[in-house]
Design a protein around this ligand. Structure first.
Ligand code: F6R
Length: 614
């Protein structure tokens, strides 16, 4: 987590750095800071809280300078505070550093430095790192880049760093291991970002630094990229960025989350565009075609992901088993990586991640690859680490997702996974052409149906007003909509801070039913699908305990509607595709409740969008 921005060139660095930080706030917003090179000195502004607070502080001072580095923090070592905010300056006052990641051996390095007279003013591992580089530079009497290289070779952990020396501010050194770092190449200027959004309006030429690489940047000179361990020069590939500025701005919505909820018809469409070909009765996914044999002969599919992406894997588990008849296991990346899982050569691993940077998912991928499994990635961010680390994959094409709570990425992931389940069912000869075609045709009209669900916005807003003060909420669903109950509960807790639980509806009587009283909103995902009759009984059980039922039902519902306190309708669709519709009212519900409770839905407390630490 944490966001890094850097600039070296002939413009005023400060506005570039601050705007860049604002775009990276999805990576953390506990504190922020900027260091500007001014007449041989380092001018530092740091402040706890959002970037705006630091910006106001800085604007009251001198913000000149055409080299600068900046940081927005998600706290790991040390609480959010002005002192712990980056950038950190070395004891000599010469070096200034921003860092994203965790230095695991920071305690040992700190003790070494303390024994050599270094003092510390923060609780961060970053302050240790900048002083360690300083220590090496003093010992070796060498240039900054050599000191960085020697120091990093002794560091254990993950990092993306950006550092300069006040005596040579025209040269910035960056390095990466495990945390992302992108370099933007302008004319007589260079940009640095944790992703490319900070410099989109200035250049479309970017280099994604690989793990174990470092680079020395000057405004006009060639980029010098080298391997940290061997100092060997690297020929990096320049990528043309496809993203545009409009796609990362709010476009008239109060929050990115709402914009992204509304983008879902388009995002789902973009995800299947060119792949889902109902007229020809086929699905074309190049990543899948390339590894068709591995999928056809797979003994088992292991899906690994975290958070919302894990929920899309759970939806897929139902679809893959139903259509392709392949056994599926769904694993949290964080659990999978630390046990001793049985991975066989004939297993196929599918890793799902919006950001493509989630540390636990990435570690699970590495482990699976080492065990000889083929790993297929489903990512939203082009060029992300997971997209590059996997053997093959499919992008979701949802466009940049900025709101911390994932919405359109989820429905796009479910869309990709649905297409994969259908295609695998076909290549494994598991279901009839007519069933396959019916699903293809229906998937192609889902964006229109999502638009229809979005028309329930006012109704959901009214319902939200009634339950905004709840302390708890229970979400129930069955079958392919059980993961939607989990997802609805996650959305509510992460942005409104209301405690919420998702359960398979039938499990309610094994415990959670004890929670139900007249103050408990119970959100039941009850489309007219497979287990409908059972859900009708579950709704009655809740009502018998005076719970308040908010039900998501199919248009024309006749039974749940009789006992529920509120119903939100979705259009009729095939059971397998209901998650793409039922999740929408749950996203809206959590959005409105959070807004009504005065929460910042795009930046919920303690969270960050991209979780690049384990
Ligand atoms: C919840 C949310 C998180 C992410 C999780 C995985 O709304 O956004 O739970 O889903 O951190 O992130 P990715 O998909 O980027 O790997």
């Amino acid at each position: 987590m944490c966001g890094i921005v850097g600039y070296v060139g002939d413009r005023n660095a400060f506005p570039i750095l601050v705007n860049g930080l604002k775009r990276l706030e999805y990576r953390g917003y506990d504190s922020s800071g900027v260091a500007l090179a001014q007449n041989g000195e380092i001018t530092l502004y740091k402040k706890q809280g959002m970037v705006k607070a630091m910006e106001e502080l800085a604007l009251a001072g001198d913000t000149s300078g055409s080299t600068g580095i900046a940081h927005t923090r998600w706290a790991t070592h040390g609480q959010p505070s002005d002192e712990n905010a980056h950038p950190h300056v070395s004891n000599s006052g010469n070096l200034v550093l921003v860092h994203n990641g965790i230095i695991e051996n920071y305690q040992a390095l700190k003790e070494l430095l303390q024994d050599n007279g270094f003092e510390f003013h923060s609780e961060t591992d970053t302050e240790v790192l900048v002083n360690f580089i300083q220590y090496i530079q003093d010992q070796e009497d060498c240039k900054l880049k050599k000191a960085v290289r020697i120091a990093l070779a002794q560091v254990i952990g993950a990092y993306a760093i950006c550092i300069y020396d006040k005596n040579k501010p025209e040269e910035v050194v960056v390095a990466k291991l495990g945390s992302p770092l992108v370099i933007g190449l302008g004319v007589n200027e260079k940009f640095i970002g944790s992703d490319a959004t900070p410099f989109l309006e200035y250049t479309k030429d970017a280099i994604y630094l690989e793990d174990g690489e470092m680079a020395t940047l000057t405004a006009e000179g060639e980029l010098d990229i080298r391997l940290i361990q061997s100092d060997k020069a690297v020929n990096a590939q320049v990528h043309k960025l496809q993203m545009d500025l409009e796609s990362i701005e709010k476009g008239g919505y109060d929050y990115f989350m709402m914009k992204e909820i509304y983008e879902q018809p388009r995002a789902i469409y973009d995800t299947f565009r060119g792949r889902l070909l109902p007229e020809q009765g086929m699905i074309k996914m190049s990543g899948l075609e390339e590894y068709a044999d591995r999928f056809r002969n797979a003994d088992r599919i292991i899906m690994t992901a975290c958070g919302t992406s894990w929920h899309s894997a759970l939806v897929a588990e139902y679809l893959f088993e139903e259509f392709a008849r392949i056994p599926v296991e769904v694993e949290y990346g964080s659990e999978f990586r630390y046990r001793n899982p049985i991975i066989r050569k004939n297993d196929v691993v599918i890793a799902i991640s919006q950001s493509g940077e989630t540390a636990d998912t990435l570690a699970a991928i590495k482990m699976a690859k080492e065990a000889g499994a083929m790993v297929f990635g489903i990512c939203n961010v082009p060029g992300s680490t997971i997209a590059r680390e996997t053997h093959a994959g499919a992008y979701t094409h949802a466009g940049p997702e900025i709101g911390v709570a994932s919405t359109k990425a989820f429905t796009s992931q479910v869309t990709v996974l649905t297409m994969m389940a259908l295609e695998l069912g076909k290549i494994r000869g598991e279901f009839s052409t007519s069933q396959y075609r019916a699903l293809l045709n229906e998937l192609s009209v889902i964006p229109k149906k999502v638009e229809k669900v979005l028309e329930s916005k006012e109704l959901v807003e009214e319902i939200s007003a009634l339950y905004k003060d709840a302390n708890n909420a229970l979400y129930l669903g069955r079958g392919v909509n059980f993961p939607i109950a989990l997802e609805g509960a996650l959305k509510l807790k992460e942005i409104s801070y209301i405690h919420a639980e998702g359960y398979p509806a039938a499990e309610m009587k094994h415990g959670p039913i004890a929670l139900i009283d007249e103050n408990m909103p119970v959100i039941v995902v009850a489309p007219n699908a497979g287990h409908y009759e059972k859900l009708v009984s579950n709704v009655q059980e809740v009502k018998a305990r005076h719970g308040k039922v908010i039900a998501v039902v199919t248009e024309g519902d006749t039974e749940v509607v009789q006992s529920a306190d509120h119903v939100i309708e979705i259009p009729e669709t095939l059971e397998a595709l209901t998650p793409l519709l039922t999740v929408i009212p749950l996203q809206l519900l959590s959005y409105y409740i959070a807004v009504m409770r005065g929460c910042d839905v795009d930046r919920p407390r303690n969270l960050a969008k991209s979780v690049t630490v384990e």
